[in-house]
Design a protein around this ligand. Structure first.
Ligand SMILES: *[C@@H]1O[C@H](CO)[C@@H](O)[C@H](O)[C@H]1NC(C)=O
Ligand SMILES: *[C@@H]1O[C@H](CO)[C@@H](O)[C@H](O)[C@H]1NC(C)=O
Ligand SMILES: *[C@@H]1O[C@H](CO)[C@@H](O)[C@H](O)[C@H]1NC(C)=O
Ligand SMILES: *[C@@H]1O[C@H](CO)[C@@H](O)[C@H](O)[C@H]1NC(C)=O
Length: 459
């Protein structure tokens, strides 16, 4: 079991102390989000295996120049001969960031190829090169047997990337969060199913039309990815979980008890054996060990966004545990102390049922928003028929209304597989039904049209 050592915080201990903490937790591998020199130095001469990252900002340069990737390897790999670097990850979740679509997406595979060649050339050929993608690279994640990649990236980016991974025998790194899938769809997905607590009820298990049986959401999500890869002809590529976890506070479903349950059961699931004394794997890949990095080592106080974002850690910044966990998988869950439940925890009330994803009122440029609409209606698979000229929702022809329609259609479709209501910051979630706003705009528009004809008639 590995861990993500994120550092978006202003109160974390120095790297040397962090290494002691990693060792006291008996962690085997650590993943960082850059190639920070202090961290790589602190990891020297330890047994910890390390995954480093080429940042999203460096991808274009790395794709453009093997000189750049050579230098990157010299500076960030060759300079630390005593650090056990095993994996170099090119970019984090870039296919989930629409602002990178025009510039960086197409550079991903060339950058991976350049880095791989540089590593080979400079004598570090054992280091695997991959990228971390979010589960929203899938357009279908349920049922697992219908898993498929998004159309806008499937042939252009994912296909060549899988080819690269297969040729170099590198793993597909996926960030996968049953928490978010559950949060978005609490009516359909039971908490027990998301937390590996099944099979306590029918709701906490799922039958796939293929006949396969799922008793937890993580397996179903991973198998959807496996099916999607298989459809492109790369069913043999290994899958590793580059991030997964559960927040301990900040929103519905986020509690010490649930976070402890998820991560404890995850460890047992990954490291534990099934009856045939093999790794559990997933229904489609039984017996396989799935390398897994838990998110995250620390609660990170500077992370933007929802309160949960700052509460994914196994440790507080002062180094004490948020809840007990045995990352060696040797202690059965019931033997660990019950994690406290602060206050009452309810599901349902603040769920995302009855929410809409709409355009924000204060966006800057109409062209950018139009770009986002085009994405939602194109690769994003939103159903945009109604906002075409002559159709029911075309009038009033206001970009903001069309954007809201397209964004919401996208989000309602994609939220289960991890799609977010972001659209470069143009979109937000609301519990106010957007059709009310549309009726009002329509009313104003007619009023304006009428007064215009009045002016034409009268003057
Ligand atoms: C590679 O980069 C170095 C340092 O920036 C520069 O001196 C050298 O001329 C570059 N070589 C090529 C072939 O671009
Ligand atoms: C669970 O599913 C089985 C088979 O579909 C059904 O017979 C049973 O009544 C269900 N139980 C509950 C509690 O819904
Ligand atoms: C560490 O921080 C947590 C959260 O702020 C606090 O509850 C705990 O008491 C602290 N532990 C120590 C040893 O200071
Ligand atoms: C939690 O819920 C129970 C039962 O509804 C109630 O008696 C108790 O006061 C609640 N505790 C808190 C801290 O709100």
């Amino acid at each position: 079991i590995g861990i993500n050592y994120g550092r978006v915080a202003d109160n974390l201990p120095p790297p040397a102390r962090v290494v002691e903490l990693l060792q006291s937790l008996k962690i085997r591998s650590v993943k960082i989000y850059d190639a920070n020199p202090d961290v790589l130095k602190a990891l020297q001469s330890t047994n910890l295996r390390v995954a480093i990252m080429v940042t999203n900002q460096e991808i274009e340069q790395m794709a453009a120049s093997s000189n750049f990737s050579d230098q990157w390897v010299q500076q960030n790999v060759a300079a630390y001969p005593a650090t056990k670097i095993e994996t170099a990850i090119v970019g984090n979740e870039i296919l989930s960031d629409l602002s990178l679509r025009q510039t960086v997406w197409s550079k991903l595979v060339p950058a991976m190829e350049n880095l791989h060649s540089s590593l080979q050339r400079l004598g570090h050929g054992k280091i695997k090169v991959t990228t971390s993608l979010a589960i929203d690279c899938l357009k279908v994640s349920f049922p697992p047997s219908e898993g498929a990649f998004r159309d806008d990236v499937s042939d252009t980016i994912i296909q060549p990337m899988l080819k690269f991974l297969e040729t170099t025998q590198s793993p597909f790194f996926i960030n996968v969060y049953p928490y978010f899938a559950w949060l978005d769809d609490q009516l359909t997905i039971s908490l027990d199913y998301a937390l590996f607590r099944g099979p306590s009820s029918n709701a906490s298990q799922a039958e796939d039309p293929s006949g396969m049986h799922y008793d937890n959401l993580l397996d179903a999500q991973l198998d959807a990815l496996v099916v999607a890869m298989t459809k492109l002809g790369y069913g043999g590529v290994q899958v590793s979980i580059s991030e997964t976890g559960w927040p301990s506070r900040g929103s519905v479903g986020a509690s010490l008890a649930n976070a402890a349950d998820y991560n404890r059961r995850l460890v047992l699931r990954i490291l534990g054996k099934n009856r045939k004394n093999k790794n559990h794997g997933t229904p489609r890949r039984p017996g396989r060990l799935i390398d897994t990095y838990i998110f995250a080592l620390f609660n990170e106080d500077q992370k933007p966004g929802a309160a949960t974002e700052r509460n994914w850690g196994l440790l507080y910044p002062n180094g004490s545990k948020v809840y007990d966990i045995d990352l060696t998988g040797k202690t059965p869950v019931p033997a660990l102390p019950q994690a406290a439940i602060p206050g009452n925890f309810s599901t349902g009330n603040s769920s995302r049922q009855g929410q809409w994803c709409v355009a924000k009122a204060d966006y800057v440029s109409t062209a950018d928003v139009q770009d986002a609409i085009d994405y939602a209606c194109g690769g994003g698979k939103a159903d945009c028929a109604a906002i075409q000229p002559g159709q029911a929702c075309y009038l009033p022809n206001l970009v903001r209304l069309h954007a809201s329609y397209a964004f919401n259609s996208y989000w309602q479709k994609m939220k289960r597989s991890g799609g977010t209501c972001a659209f470069n910051g143009f979109a937000k979630l609301t519990s106010v039904d957007p059709s009310k706003f549309r009726s009002f705009s329509l009313f104003l528009w007619f009023l304006f049209q009428c007064s215009l004809s009045f002016l034409l008639v009268c003057f």
